[in-house]
Structures are given as C-alpha cells and as structure tokens.
Design a protein around this ligand. Structure first.
Ligand SMILES: Cc1cc2nc3c(=O)[nH]c(=O)nc-3n(C[C@H](O)[C@H](O)[C@H](O)COP(=O)(O)O)c2cc1C
Length: 160
C-alpha cells in the first residue's frame, strides 16, 4: 500500500510528469502511477507539465517523464519544463528516472529523445522506457504498471 503525503518524511515520493492533449500519454502516466503505488512506503503524484516547478521537482525521489511524439520529438511543453528545470537537474542526479511516450510510429524516437536529456544529468535512468503506439491498448497499460513498480523499487533502493 502507498503512504499518504503526511508520511513523506519517512517514505519516498515519485512524480509522474506528463503532457497529453488527447489522453493517450495520460493513460500511460496513470498506469505507471498504479504500478508505483504497489510498492510500500511510496507516495505517488501524477502531474501535468504545467503543474511542476523546481521546488516541487526537488521534493521528489524519483521521476517518470512522458510526452506524445510530436514531429518525432517530445512536445514543446515537456521541453519547456526541462528548460525550466535545467538549473536544478544536477541536484536530481542519482534519483531514478524513466521516460515514456506515445505516438503513431515515432514513439521510440521520443523516448530516446527524453532519455538523452535525462542521461546528460543523471546516471540513474531506467531503460528501456516505455514507447506505446496510439491508441493505447491494454498491453501498454500492463507494461506501464510493470514499469511503475520497477521505478518505485529502484527509488526505495536508491534511498537506502
Ligand atoms: C502536431 C502533432 C505532431 C505529431 N507528430 C507525430 C510524429 O512525428 N510521430 C508520431 O509517431 N506521432 C505523431 N503524432 C501523433 C501523436 O504522437 C499521438 O497521437 C499521441 O499518442 C498523442 O498523445 P496524447 O493522446 O497523449 O495527446 C503527432 C500528433 C500531433 C498533434
């Protein structure tokens, strides 16, 4: 069972951060959250890119970053967030991170694209991330749950 935010001092916090216009990427974000919540002593929050700032990011022990594939790349919204977080990216080094994307063919490129940014600042990027073809299917949700659990276990391990 996951813990409440009042217990965060003794547990770990994971932020699942995404941009989604038509809901596919959001479904994967929610699946990753569901998987992460299976792990003890973890509080999980799912947030849109606009709901995150540096202070909020610094409060988390692990992250998943997701976007639709736009022109094979990540969305401008996620790239803008990375630009905003750039000054504190070094401080997040060592905290487990994972990338996810949805698309109609270029989703793997987008995952790699996000991973490039993460890996420039952090050796603790869990790979492979999750690349799901739109529309998102049950099997993708299952993969998201699996990845979320893996992320949460890595976060707990990293805090030991
Ligand atoms: C402006 C725009 C550009 C896109 N470019 C690509 C692309 O280059 N490759 C791809 O696989 N899908 C592309 N897509 C499709 C989206 O990535 C796909 O529909 C995605 O799942 C949408 O995510 P969402 O439902 O979370 O908004 C594009 C969609 C839009 C609106």
């Amino acid at each position: 069972m996951s813990i409440g935010s009042e217990d965060i001092k003794t547990g770990s916090k994971i932020l699942i951060i995404y941009y989604s216009k038509t809901g596919n990427t959001k479904k994967i974000a929610e699946a990753i959250a569901a998987g992460a919540k299976k792990v003890e002593n973890v509080v999980v929050e799912v947030k849109n890119t606009t709901e995150i700032d540096a202070k909020e990011a610094l409060s988390a022990d692990g992250f998943a970053f997701g976007s639709p594939s736009y022109f094979t790349l990540m969305s401008g919204q996620l790239l803008s967030l990375f630009t905003e977080l750039f000054p504190i990216m070094g401080k997040l080094s060592g905290r487990p991170m994972v990338a996810f994307a949805t698309g109609v063919g270029s989703q793997t490129c987008t995952v790699e694209n996000i991973e490039c940014i993460l890996k420039a600042h952090n050796p603790n990027v869990i790979q492979p991330g999750l690349a799901a073809a739109s529309p998102v299917k049950k099997a993708d949700i299952a993969q998201g749950i699996e990845l979320g659990e893996k992320l949460a276990k890595a976060v707990v391990e990293a805090k030991k």
